[in-house]
Write a protein that binds this ligand. Structure first.
Ligand code: TYD
Ligand code: MG
Length: 463
């Protein structure tokens, strides 16, 4: 074994042959850490689980294939115990895929993996924990009702041992909780450092692909880049999922950030309860549950997340300011978007919003970034300014341009049918795009008004 010294930036994983005070890639100070990497020499015997040993297991007669020769077997996906998890994965688990699950501590990463993934007689699950003891895992399993004899728990942090166990056991699913606690003896730096995380993930990837083990890797998100966050890993893995919640509520949203096997932007909604996570099948109902009817400043807008339309309540507060620089605070919506809409309202409608503090918030902790929510935000702002409530059974969607024009949005029919399903009676939508809806059957249930400009919308809304 030949030992080589390299310096690795703990922020961006750039490597340098010598130490520098500042990383030349990302410009961060004091992030370079000395690491020794042992390159296995030719004569050394290949330990099991090493890159060499695993690559020998790859098919030897590998060759370029014509694209029509390649068969995709969709049926090979297996489903989990949670429909919401399947949805975010793109329709179930793909054998041999490597999935990274990121999220803040305590959000429920261990819980969702333990509860959602199920063992079968032919395909056991190997749950490797570097964070908790077997006892702790058993206790959680009891709460979640996980009691299969094919669910194997392994409290281990040495990568080589984990790989050996997986090779012996041949599980269908391997869970690594978490990647920051696992270390390989071929890298001398501490567990959690960029080099360790990268090396371990690389080896797990090879294991996943050669033995067709669907591997789920938990990664912690850190505020500063001092510990290698999942950012470094995102490029390596097939799928990146984020588990998040806001406002410390019991609701959790699982989001696909990257997915080589399905669409991103799909979300799964869960609620953390006594016996683990509960799936929320109809998020619109959830997000509209606690709304106050007839409150000025609120509007219902529609967000399409992946293939799923969700209706959410948008709340705004426009009030006289005593500050020289009035406050503009937003939660869940881009501040610039609100600033832009405020400018359009002032200029095109002549409504004097300057001199007012403006707050805007999305209820339920969802994030709205679609242009389709523009018109709803504008209507909510005007409603608050005029202190006049909007109709409670009204959906507003449309993009607003700088000249005050209301533009066409995507998937209007999907949004309207969701609204009709939830008993909404009226919708204000962009005029363009309305004709395509002429025959859609929900138009019988919901009265749709098309508008061309902000001005027309204000008239239709009677604001
Ligand atoms: P956990 O899965 O350990 O989070 P992570 O792995 O992301 O750090 O879940 C942590 C929280 O979830 C913990 O504070 C307790 C709560 N919880 C419940 O409310 N109900 C349950 O059934 C379980 C298992 C956990
Ligand atoms: Mg955990």
């Amino acid at each position: 074994m030949k030992a080589k010294t390299i310096y690795t930036c703990q922020n961006c994983a750039a490597q340098a042959p010598k130490w520098m005070g500042r990383c030349s890639e990302c410009g961060q100070w004091n992030t370079l850490v000395e690491e020794t990497y042992k390159e296995p020499s030719q004569s050394a015997q290949t330990p099991s689980g090493s890159r060499e040993a695993l690559s020998q297991a790859l098919p030897q007669n590998n060759r370029p294939l014509a694209i029509h020769e390649i068969n995709i077997d969709e049926a090979r996906r297996s489903t989990t115990r949670m429909g919401e998890l399947d949805r975010v994965l793109g329709g179930g688990i793909v054998p041999g895929s490597l999935v990274l699950l990121g999220g803040d501590p305590g959000i429920g990463k261990s819980t969702i993996l333990m509860q959602g993934l199920s063992a079968t007689p032919e395909k056991p699950i190997l749950y490797v924990s570097g964070e908790e003891s077997a006892n702790q895992i058993k206790l959680r399993g009891k709460r979640l009702g996980v009691d299969s004899k094919n669910f194997l728990v392994f409290a281990e942090t040495r990568l080589e041992e984990i790989i050996e166990a997986a090779q012996k056991l041949r599980p269908g699913i391997l869970i690594i909780d978490s990647i920051q606690t696992i270390f390989s003896t071929s890298v001398t730096s501490a567990p959690g450092s960029v080099s360790q995380v990268r090396e371990c993930t690389g080896r797990l990837m090879l294991l996943a692909k050669t033995l067709e083990i669907a591997t789920f890797v938990v990664g912690h998100v850190t505020k500063e880049g001092s510990i290698a966050g999942p950012k470094v890993l995102e490029h390596m893995v097939d799928t990146v999922l984020y588990f998040e919640s806001s406002d410390h509520s019991a609701y959790r949203i699982l989001r696909a950030i990257k997915n080589r096997f399905g669409s991103t932007n799909e979300i799964g909604v869960f609620e953390m309860a006594e016996g683990g996570l509960r799936e929320v099948q109809n998020p619109s109902e959830l997000f509209l549950q606690e709304r106050t009817i007839d409150a000025p400043g609120t509007a219902i807008v529609s967000a399409v997340e992946g293939s799923r339309p969700i209706l959410v309540e948008l709340q705004t507060l426009v009030s006289q300011s005593t500050l020289a620089m009035p406050r503009r605070t937003t939660l869940g919506i881009d501040q610039n978007k609100v600033a832009l809409l405020v400018a359009v309202i002032e200029k095109r409608l002549g409504v004097p919003l300057y001199g007012h503090d403006i707050f805007a918030k999305v209820a339920g902790g969802i994030k709205l970034d679609e242009p389709a929510t523009d018109l709803g935000i504008a209507a909510a702002l005007l409603s608050s300014f005029k202190n006049r409530a909007l109709d409670a059974k009204l959906l507003i969607c449309g993009e607003v341009g700088l000249t005050g024009e209301v533009r066409r949005i995507s998937q209007l029919d999907l949004r309207l049918s969701e609204a009709a399903k939830l008993g909404f009676q009226r919708a204000i939508v962009p005029q363009s795009g309305l004709d395509a809806l002429a025959k859609a059957n929900f138009r019988a249930k919901i009265e749709v008004t098309g508008v061309r400009s902000l001005d027309e919308a204000v008239k239709a809304l009677d604001l």
